[in-house]
Design a protein around this ligand. Structure first.
Ligand code: ADP
Ligand code: ADP
Length: 214
C-alpha cells in the first residue's frame, strides 16, 4: 500500500508519518528530509536545492521525480511506503502515474494559517534522525536536546516567519490543486483535522488505514 500525506507546512505530516511508518513497518519517503541530507552531504543536488529551499520555493519536478524513482527502486519499498511532502505539484503526481507508481490512500492534514505559523516558528528538529519537537506543544525532555541522543536540536533555516509565508503561498498555488486531483482520481481520500492532539490524529489515521485494508 502506498500512502500520501498532503497538507501545508506545519500541519503535522512528518510527526504522524513517523508513527505510521513505525506501526506498519514501511519506509517514510520525505523528499524534504532527502533534500536536507543532500545539502548536508554537499552533493550536486544539495547545492542545487539549497537556495531554492531557503526561499521556500519548490525544487523542480524532474529533480524530485528522479530522487523518488531511485528511492522506490530499493527493496524496502516493495511492500509499500508513505510519501510525506510528495507529490507537491500536479506535475509530480502525473510523473508518478506515468511511471506506473500508484497511490492507494491520501490523508489531507488541514490547519489554519494562524496555527501553521505558530507550529512552524516553534518547531525544532534533531537533524541526524529527523525527530520533530515543538517548544510549546511537544517539548523535548531537556530544553533544546534530543530525547534519545541528547544532541542539540536545531531550527530549520526555512522556518522563519517570512519564509513560512511564502511557503504557504507556494502551497496554495502549486500543491493545493492536488486536493481536487486526488479527490477526482478514485483513490481513498481522507481529510484530517490537524488541530487535534497528536495522539488523537494518530489513532484516527490508524483506524482509517485498518478500515481500508479490510
Ligand atoms: P514541511 O515539512 O514544512 O512541509 P518539507 O521538509 O517537506 O517541509 O520541505 C522543505 C522544502 O523542501 C520545501 O519548501 C521545498 O523547497 C523542498 N521540497 C520538499 N519536498 C518537495 C517536493 N516534493 N517538491 C519540490 N520541493 C520539495
Ligand atoms: P509538517 O511535516 O507537516 O511540516 P511537522 O510534523 O513537522 O509538520 O509539525 C510541525 C510542528 O508542529 C512541529 O514542531 C511538531 O512538533 C508540531 N506538531 C505536530 N503535530 C501537532 C499537533 N497535533 N498538535 C500540536 N503540535 C503539533
Amino acid at each position: 500500500m502506498r500512502i500520501v500525506f498532503l497538507g501545508p507546512p506545519g500541519a503535522g505530516k512528518g510527526t504522524q508519518a513517523q508513527f505510521i511508518c513505525q506501526d506498519r513497518n514501511i519506509p517514510q519517503i520525505s523528499t524534504g528530509d532527502m533534500l536536507r541530507s543532500a545539502i548536508a552531504e554537499g552533493t550536486k543536488l544539495g547545492l542545487e536545492a539549497q537556495g531554492i529551499m531557503a526561499r521556500g520555493e519548490l525544487v523542480p519536478d524532474e529533480v524530485i521525480l528522479g530522487l523518488v524513482r531511485e528511492r522506490l527502486s530499493q527493496p524496502d519499498c516493495e511492500t509499500g511506503c508513505l510519501f510525506d511532502g510528495f507529490p507537491r505539484t500536479v506535475g509530480q503526481a502525473d510523473g508518478m502515474n506515468e511511471a506506473n507508481i500508484s497511490v492507494d490512500v491520501v490523508f489531507e492534514l488541514q490547519l489554519s494559517d494562524e496555527l501553521i505559523v505558530r507550529r512552524i516558528s516553534g518547531r525544532r528538529v534533531h537533524e541526524a534522525s529527523g525527530r520533530i519537537y515543538h517548544i510549546e506543544f511537544n517539548p523535548p525532555k531537556v530544553d533544546n536536546l534530543d530525547d534519545e541522543t541528547w544532541q542539540p536540536l536545531i531550527q530549520r533555516h526555512d522556518d522563519s516567519e517570512a519564509v513560512v509565508r511564502s511557503r504557504l503561498d507556494v502551497y496554495r498555488e502549486q500543491t493545493a490543486p492536488l486536493i481536487d486531483y486526488y479527490k477526482n482520481s478514485g483513490v481513498r481520500y481522507f481529510e484530517v483535522d490537524g488541530n487535534a492532539a497528536v495522539e488523537e490524529i494518530r489513532s484516527r489515521i490508524r483506524e482509517r488505514l485498518i478500515a481500508v485494508n479490510a
